[in-house]
Ligand binder design. Structure first.
Ligand code: NDP
Length: 444
């Protein structure tokens, strides 16, 4: 494989998809060596077959707002690769959603799901519908209209969607309800469902908790204790909330959280009581993070990200490309020694280069945030055997999976000088399993 040529061909065939190009470029640059050790891969053109999604569905979603006005949005499902299991990946509702973003997410998901050790392929879907400011009735009607189109392409052994930005328990509930009605079956085709109808304990917590478990494994390699460490977190949604919850329980001090309008800086640290306020603010009242600063009298910075604040550890948990080169340099100048990504692709290529050059502990999202899809996989297992596991059992499995992912990253990412390049480790480990499965199954 000539990585540069593969990338330039993809750019020519799929122009104007910068996020997709960015995700592919990162993987190609790290797997080239391992790939070229297997000449048979090239003969089977494995790389193009792995980079280009199996198929993409796109459709119009028509719904009626509270004023009686008919609205349209675009809906998509990218089924990227199912070599090791049914397509699996979340649904994102955000005004920025387009095919470039969903293709990058589905591509990354394929490697992430491979790393989890569970039998899941990669996919992703979503809509440019923005849930911000919408009533509960509007959200429900949109979800139903979205699934009225999507349902025919998904199923418990075909493609199993879940949540992502703008899609939490409420939206999964509405989508699953409509899916059941259309498909006339009750097999748990979505994950992230409510506990009363097939959901798994620990699924809401899984991405955030899993990221902290991964961070702990990284810290262990340098004999660093999490207790008392100052952590900057971005976002204030599902991933950020449970990241902060776990960090507080372990004695770390979380000083920032954010939303798309700005960030709060609380030098005293967000404690359990203040976090309970954020859960209520974000999940029930659906308010803005600014209100935290008003309530607790701390600093709020409009239109900015938290990476200029001094911290030991950064855990970006909002969205893609939220740490650029300047942010990375600011973090490093302030003494940050670990970055563990809750969000997908939150660091730009320039930021990643800075982290690797500085040889800090740096975990890419496809390893560090894999806890969410892992517990989704466990939810599928519980649905299939029609049993529910206890909180302790699911949490123990999650810990074990994050430990195993860390071990794989160390195995494939340790350099001659002993530094663990987790980007390379995650990409090579994820890639090899999918590649071997594709080779074994013939040319498809
Ligand atoms: P939520 O919708 O629950 O929360 C997203 C948070 O990020 C909100 O605080 C939101 O602010 C903020 N945000 C979203 N878009 C932007 C933006 N363009 N600029 C600045 N802030 C933004 O989503 P999740 O917590 O589920 O997802 C967060 C990240 O984690 C995403 O990258 C997602 O792909 C990734 N992830 C999620 C998993 C899951 O299980 N949910 C699993 C693995 C990864 P606002 O409220 O203002 O929009």
């Amino acid at each position: 494989m000539n990585a540069q040529k593969v990338l330039s061909d993809l750019k020519r065939r799929f122009p104007n998809e910068p996020e997709y190009h960015q995700a592919v470029a990162e993987v190609l640059s790290t797997i080239e060596e391992a790939y070229n050790e297997h000449p048979e891969f090239d003969r089977y053109n494995l790389i193009e077959r792995l980079c280009i999604p199996d198929r993409i569905f796109s459709f119009r979603v028509t719904w009626v707002d509270d004023k009686g006005q008919v609205q349209t949005n675009m809906g998509y499902r990218v089924q990227h690769n199912n070599a090791i299991g049914p397509y699996k990946g979340g649904i994102r509702f955000h005004s920025s959603v387009n095919l470039s973003i969903l293709k990058f997410l589905a591509f990354e998901q394929t490697f992430k799901n491979s790393l989890t050790t569970l039998p899941m392929g990669g996919g992703k879907g979503g809509s440019d519908f923005s849930p911000r400011g919408k009533s509960d009735g509007e959200i429900m009607r949109f979800c139903q209209a979205f699934v009225a189109e999507l349902w025919r392409h998904i199923g418990p052994e075909t493609d199993v969607p879940a949540g992502d930005i703008g899609v939490g328990g409420r939206e999964v509930g509405y989508m699953y309800g409509m899916y059941k009605k259309m498909a006339r079956e009750n097999t748990g085709t979505f994950t992230g469902k409510g506990l009363e109808f097939g959901g798994s304990l620990i699924r809401p917590e899984a991405t955030g908790y899993g990221n902290v478990y991964f961070l702990l494994e990284m810290l262990k390699t340098r004999n660093i204790d999490i207790k008392g460490k100052v952590v900057a977190v971005s976002g204030s949604g599902n991933v950020a909330q449970y990241t902060v919850e776990k960090l507080i329980s372990l004695g770390a001090k979380v000083i920032t959280m954010s939303d798309s309008n700005g960030y709060i800086y609380d030098p005293d640290g967000i404690d359990a009581e203040k976090l309970a306020y954020i859960f209520e603010l974000k999940n029930i009242y659906r308010g803005r993070i600014r209100e935290y600063a008003e309530k607790y009298g701390c600093k709020y910075v409009e239109g900015a990200r938290p990476w200029n604040e001094k911290c030991d550890i950064a855990m970006p948990s909002a969205t893609q490309n939220e740490i650029d080169g300047d942010d990375a340099r600011a973090l490093l100048a302030n003494g940050c020694f670990a970055v563990s990504e809750g969000a997908n692709m939150p660091s730009t290529p320039e930021a990643i280069e800075e982290f690797l050059k500085a040889k800090i502990l740096y975990a890419p999202g496809k390893a560090a945030n894999a806890g969410g899809v892992s517990v989704s996989g466990l939810e599928m297992t519980q649905n299939a055997i029609k049993l529910s596991w206890t909180k302790e059992e699911v949490d123990a499995r999650l810990k074990q999976i994050m430990f195993d992912i860390h071990t794989q990253c160390v195995k494939y990412g340790t350099q001659a000088d002993g530094y663990v390049n987790y980007v390379k480790g995650a990409n090579v480990a994820g890639f090899m399993k999918v590649a071997k499965a594709m080779m074994a199954q013939g040319i498809l």
